[in-house]
Design a protein around this ligand. Structure first.
Ligand SMILES: Cc1ncc(COP(=O)(O)O)c(C=O)c1O
Length: 502
């Protein structure tokens, strides 16, 4: 008990935070960082002394002040330079460090270069130039931030460097194994600077949202009680690109461990039972924030991606939309010909069994009426493990492109998904969340079909979450307790009947 008395307790910050608005949790400095690194200092001094002595010796022999022949000069010079090498490597910026450690260029880690920086071009410039040529006023660079969200409290320098250090190390380690396993992929890109808005490129614009009371098209002001102004502007705009606020990009950067993995040589996922390797198919597994990254990667990769299957586990549609829309842009422009498939759970088959109608986004009927694929806002799906996909509706834009025939949909039962998930976990060492297992199961089906027909195809899936909190579901599957759940036709009929008549 006595030892406990000296613990330096401090008051935890309240909701309102301290007067200076700094969260004390971020001002904590671990003891290890407060210690003076004597051993490192001693080693650095020793290397400095050794390197300088060797260089001086070689200089004196070279100039004839000391005896010795030319081979000694070069040997001492070489050893002297070697002594300085560790310091030199420390000085390299992060992306160069990656190059050194992985033997290949890999980007996408904090402090990394965006594709525009790499190629020296601005992504919005072509569109701005095209707009200017058509007489439209060029869009100001920061237009989207007219109403910026309040700034988060500034994180003290010490804290930000704290969370950066291990993250970078993790990223490098991840890449090293990736580089060793899959070969280098030169097209990794930085955190995107703009969101892409598919509406700008669609030949037919989606139907408007309706006021839930009057059933008339919504005014932006009708949304004001629900959303901040900037979100309303983004929701209704037809601009092709929307600047991503720096604060959001910072958050994207935090959880961005491995942006793009290309299994070119070893499609290990399928090597297991299909018994083939790398000749007929490639698999992209993307741990992704934005399909935009994959879109950029597609541009980098060029022709390689022409025949692509883009598959996303689908609940409300954000994951599959983010993954597919940048590729859909390429398809609409005639530069690629990918297929898009939304993969939904058989227990909540919104696209494959729902109707395309105006319905509420929530069960209480408070949201605007949106034209979408819906099972009825009263529909309660059976309790499958992919909880994130148990949503009665579908994003209006996904529903719209599905209606236009630009996207296909399929549904899969949960036991097939978990079987695929186990295969993936055993071969890739990644435990997927139940939601992306739908995309994995569909990718396996797609790959086996390619094997049968001999077609070559890149298969792109989004790993939208890990399953570390879903081990109970894996346990149930492995015990043989998991059952397939389907919707009851009666329940569906009832909820479809409750859709408002517009
Ligand atoms: C891992 C995961 N993926 C996807 C989703 C949602 O699906 P969608 O992206 O189709 O809205 C969720 C929702 O909770 C989720 O947890």
């Amino acid at each position: 008990m006595a030892a406990r008395r000296n613990i330096p307790y401090s008051v935890l910050p309240t909701e309102d935070r301290d007067e200076d608005n700094i969260d004390r949790r971020f001002t904590y400095t671990p003891k290890s960082l407060r210690r003076i690194p004597w051993k490192s200092i001693a080693l650095a001094l020793f290397l400095l002394f050794l390197g300088s002595s060797l260089l001086f010796l070689s200089y004196f022999i070279f100039t004839g002040h000391m005896e010795g022949d030319s081979t000694q000069v070069y040997g001492l010079l070489f050893l002297g330079i070697l002594a300085f090498l560790p310091v030199f490597i420390q000085k390299l910026p992060p992306s160069d460090l990656d190059r050194v450690t992985c033997g290949a260029f890999v980007g996408g880690v904090p402090g990394d270069h965006s594709p525009e920086q790499l190629s020296g071009r601005d992504p919005g410039s072509q569109e701005r130039q095209a707009g200017a040529a058509a007489g439209a006023a060029p869009r100001p660079r920061k237009a989207a931030t007219a109403l910026r969200p309040p700034r988060l409290p500034a994180v003290p320098e010490q804290a930000s460097s704290l969370h950066r250090l291990p993250k970078h190390r993790v990223a490098v380690t991840g890449r090293r194994s990736f580089a060793a396993r899959a070969g280098s992929y030169p097209g990794n890109v930085g955190v995107p600077k703009q969101w892409y808005n598919l509406i700008a490129d669609l030949p037919v614009k989606p139907p408007p949202m309706l006021h839930p009371g009057t059933h008339q098209p919504l005014n932006p002001s009708d949304l004001a009680p629900l959303f901040p102004d900037e979100l309303i502007r983004q929701e209704l705009t037809e601009e092709r690109f929307i600047d991503i606020p720096d604060e959001v990009r910072d958050v994207y950067e935090l959880w961005r461990p491995t942006p793009l993995i290309r299994y070119r040589k070893e499609p290990a996922l399928f090597a297991l039972d299909a018994g083939f390797r790398g000749t007929w198919s490639e698999v992209f597994a993307v741990v992704i924030w934005q399909g935009q990254e994959a879109g950029e990667a597609a541009r980098h990769a060029g022709e390689d991606l022409l025949q692509t299957a883009v598959l996303g586990g689908t609940g409300g549609g954000s994951n599959v939309g983010a993954l597919a829309f940048p590729f859909m842009r390429e398809k609409l422009a005639g530069r690629m010909n990918p297929q898009f498939k939304a993969v939904e759970p058989a227990a909540c088959p919104t696209l494959t069994k729902g109707v395309y109608a105006y319905d509420y986004g929530d069960t209480a009927g408070l949201t605007p009426l949106m034209k979408m694929h819906t099972l009825g806002h009263d529909f309660v799906p059976d309790p499958i493990h992919a909880g994130g996909l148990r949503y009665h509706g579908m994003a209006p834009l996904i529903s719209h492109v599905y209606e236009l025939g630009f996207m296909e949909a399929m549904s899969i039962q949960q036991t097939e998904c978990f079987e695929a998930a186990l295969q993936f976990a055993r071969t890739e060492g990644i435990i997927p969340a139940p939601e992306p297992t739908h995309a994995i199961a569909a990718a396996i089906r797609e790959a086996l079909e390619c094997k049968r027909t001999g077609e070559e195809k890149v298969i792109l899936i989004a790993m939208c979450g890990h399953g570390h909190f879903d081990l109970a579901a894996y346990d149930r599957y492995l015990r043989g307790d998991m059952i397939d759940l389907s919707h009851s036709a009666e329940k569906l009929k009832e909820s479809l009947g409750a859709i408002p008549k517009v």
